[in-house]
Design a protein around this ligand. Sequence first.
Ligand code: ZN
Ligand code: ZN
Length: 767
Amino acid sequence: MYINSSISAHYTQQTKEQASKMSVEVSFDKSKHHSHQLSLANNLKLALAIKYSTKDLKIKINEDSTSTEPLLVSDKVTLFDTNSILRYTMNDFTLQDNEETQYLFDKLAGDNVSHDVATHALTNFITKKIDEPITATRLITIATVYSIIPTEFKNSDLLTKLPVEIKLAIEEAEKFTPRTSADFKHTGATNIKHGFEVRDLGPEILPKDGERNILITSALPYVNNVPHLGNIVGSVLSADIFARYCKARNYNAIFIGGTDEYGTATETKALEEKVTPRELCDKYYKIHSDVYKWFQIDFDHFGRTTTEKQTEIAQDIFLKLNANDYLEEQSMKQLYCPVHNSYLADRYVEGECPKCHYDDARGDQCDGCGALLDPFELINPHCKLDNATPIPKVTDHVFLSLDKLEPKINDWFKTSSEKGQWSKNSKTITNSWLKDGLKPRSITRDLVWGTPVPLEKYKDKVLYVWFDATIGYVSITANYTKNWEQWWKNPENVKLYQFMGKDNVPFHTVVFPGSQLGTGDDWTMLHHLNTTEYLQYEGGKFSKSRGVGVFGNNAQESGISPSVWRYYLASVRPESSDSHFSWDDFAARNNSELLANLGNLVNRLIKFTNAKYNGVVPEYDPKNIENYDSVVEDVNTILANYVKEMEVGHERRGLEIAMSLSARGNAFLQENKLDNTLFSQHAAKSDAVVGVGLNIIYTVASIMLPFVPETAEKIFKMLNAPQLKIDETFHLILQGGHNINKAEYLFQRIEQKDVDSWRAKYGGQQE
Ligand SMILES: [Zn+2]
Ligand SMILES: [Zn+2]
């Protein structure tokens, strides 16, 4: 900054005589070649010159001036230097003979006009001399300091103590000194407060002392079919959202999943496809893996039940149950198909439900009323493959003595379901099972494709898949880490959270816990059970055979981001009753929620920051926003509610709350009228709105991440910041000087024609 004190002497004599009748014109500094700081200092001096001009001097602002440089023109003189202009109009050519002022002037005249010098001047030269008379030198000092540290100046309470003319002059100067983005230099530098990152749990996640160790599982889908959206939201997606939430809270969480591969269904399908069961499982395991990968289901390990570890662990459990007298032998009538010469798995017998008379019930379960069935109870049973009427044959089988285990199961259920806040339907289903009294259930089958029964007499039989499958969680963990017992035999330090559709409940609340209790080992047992009802497709059922509904691989073909699919599925998650997938609703939520609410918030502010600030977060003080405290209060309330709901697996509500934070962010930008005028004329407030607003976006992205990971990652990338941990309180983490990246579109509008074509494509034979 150029400050010239010698020029004044030259004009002293003539101006003193001629000023009395003089009329002059002043032009403000509009030079594009000046920094914002220099223009502001110049214009503040000009505005002060007008306010403090001697009473004989008539000053007019020449707004049409062609000069972009500061200028004072009269009949007699033309001045370019704003210090001289101020001295001239005040008729004050006395330099204060003051060491401190001189020190400041020397510093300000140097190349590096530092923030520190200005702050020093603010405290020492201006505030301490508040009662001294206003001189030209003092005004020059004030203007210079103000231009360097406007925010600190305003916040120093000085404005209320200084004459009102100075305040008015500042407003005038800011009006004539519009900021441009050229005042901000994008360097790519970062300035982020530390301590708010999400930690990396490393390649092998194991429980840690004194931490919240959370073991999360999603129901193992049966391998031989492609999962539809209802399967996905019911187990893997729900579990993934929870796992991502836990990890974003910096809990020590692990997420285990895989495919359930043994059983007759696989054997039969392998026969049909003329491959071995192993080859069939390999093929479908990949299909499942790919679908979940596309949906960004981030398992720490996605395994399978057909492994050595499964044999080892399932047989160990079996033998311990046997040793503890919880197994018994019974002769069992089994259905045998005389046409394809094989015992029939329960699910391969179909017929009418004896309880509700639904006529498409399977031998293991009725989809009409949800009852677990014995295939012999079915009315008019027939083989699913060839429609033949099955013949009963008698063989010996091993039964799990659930009747003997019942008191233990009952006690455990009562405690765990309360402590772990199980979802309502899972308690109802378990209660209805326990109500009738438990009976021994067969846990062996006459098959080849299964875990061999570790008893000589039964060496040609295998463990029944619903006894075997839940052990899969354990063996899959064992295939992830040799230290699996730290997760599964550590009830004091590990909490087990399980996610599934309601049809899987009894296996997880009765059979598996019963098996665990019967071994006498110190197992980690189910803590929180999270179950869903069914998702219907456009008012009907998903059906692969009829081509109705969207299956995992179809979602990919839509060209819509997995985040949009995840968002939609989570927003219609059937938590307390069945819910419906509808294409109209899908499009509406994309267009009016994701695009209009979240997309708009992010896009508007990121674009504004790039356009006006060159992508540089300005130095900001949130106090420049009038209702800042109430904004923080709103955000904190939203965050606390979000955490409260997510802790107990209320994901649908959690998502609604997360979106309400985005809406609060939009309202925040509206309330503060973020626009060009704010930027150019209310710099301090504009800076604060941008600084606080970007931090709101950062926070929104952190709590949306469990639902829409791809979208959240894009937002973090735009903000040039790492994933932010989920906290219950709002923090200003992105600081002044932090550089963000360019805006990217997060969502695209879904048009009616897309909806129509998808509905036709996936509608099967339905109306
Ligand atoms: Zn048959
Ligand atoms: Zn039924």
